[in-house]
Ligand binder design. Structure first.
Ligand SMILES: [Zn+2]
Length: 154
């Protein structure tokens, strides 16, 4: 009996968010593609920049628990119509290191963030990379789902 090499292998998954990865891509490489589009087209793709970064960081366990909760509140407010400029001002004022006792980034020795079975991941953004309005809609859907589903680990 000959089995084709690889036929029994599980699809490759992101170790951090659990997404099934398309061949040749990782969440990080997709994230980098998104940032490239957002930098090159700030008026179109760039409108959702805050959401892209926050969702990637939340789903990949990069934030401390305190920072994750803080940013989730900002995402929720932004999705409810608070302009991103106002959120930037809050970020510049409210979370200055001098005014908080917590770190933004999860510390290297900290327990990993509990796993969440995210319904939308970085990989689900790939089909909308070619179209700015599809892209923005999809990033917003991702943000809503991420904020909703992270309640499971709070
Ligand atoms: Zn991932």
């Amino acid at each position: 009996m000959h089995t084709m090499k690889g036929s029994n292998e599980m699809p490759e998954r992101c170790a951090e968010c659990g997404a099934v990865l398309p061949a040749g891509r990782t969440c990080q490489s997709i994230f980098d593609e998104c940032l490239g589009l957002e930098m090159a087209n700030p008026a179109y793709y760039g409108q959702v920049h805050m959401l892209t970064v926050a969702c990637f960081m939340i789903q990949h366990g990069r934030y401390s628990d305190e920072a994750r909760n803080w940013i989730a509140t900002q995402i929720q407010d932004h999705l409810n119509g608070v302009p991103v400029q106002y959120i930037r001002q809050r970020a510049a004022g409210g979370v200055k290191q001098a005014n908080r006792s917590w770190q933004i980034m999860r510390e290297a020795g900290a327990a990993p963030q509990p796993r969440v079975d995210w319904s939308i991941t970085m990989v689900d953004i790939v089909p909308s990379l070619q179209d700015a309005s599809l892209y923005c809609n999809q990033i917003e859907r991702w943000a809503r789902a991420t904020v909703d589903e992270m309640k499971a680990i709070n």
